[in-house]
Design a protein around this ligand. Sequence first.
Ligand code: DX5
Ligand code: ZN
Length: 239
Amino acid sequence: MNERRSSAPSTEKGGTDRSVPLTAPIAAPSILSADFSRLGEELALADPARDWVHCDVMDNHFVPNLTFGPLIVGAARKLTKAFLDVHLMIEDPSRIIPEFRRAGADQIHVHLEACHDLAGALATIRATGARVGLALKPGSALKTAERYLSDLDALLIMTVEPGFGGQAFMKDMITKVRAAVTWREAHGARYLIEVDGGIAPVTAKLCREAGADVFVAGHSIFRQPDASAALDALRKAIA
Ligand code: DX5
Ligand code: ZN
């Protein structure tokens, strides 16, 4: 259909002075599963011309886990030129969104289920100059997000319950990926469709066939004996 579906990611300006990939398919290693005592080495795995780096921010409130904030995103920014995809799993994030942009986030997702004023949160991201993402928990139907979809740069479809790495992929979410593709085509929307949770070569291939564009993967990359080979296997599976 359009360039979004081309087999190799093109490299474009991402609202920054860096060239970053913005077309499918894109692998996005998630640092949630990385070894933070060697973050520089772990981040060096991502090829800024092809991959994104995914950062999971958790608040021990919207989700039971607690991870990191703008400080680590800022450290990652210094360690890689890759596109930083920041996934906020925090309740009412508007107040802190600009800090993530200042730290170097290229794209920021908020959760539909976490915001009392979702339109306000999305507008706050837009005002910072970052690309705008909306994340949906497995239980949230695409329908509940419809009024926001036209303005999004990315739609993040959770394929596990948010909170922890290493969970099993929820196959039912493939239906949501297909629905997101159909909606995008029907309405001329531009959002990239991301899948996040339990993504490994086999599940990534299923999602790619359903039309997903961006593939977030933690355990299947950073918890493998050869992380670089694992990332390569993911890239091949989605090519
Ligand atoms: C989970 C996070 C994911 C996580 C995925 O709440 O949003 O980004 O890193 O981890 P894996 O790939 O191990 O399922
Ligand atoms: Zn995530």
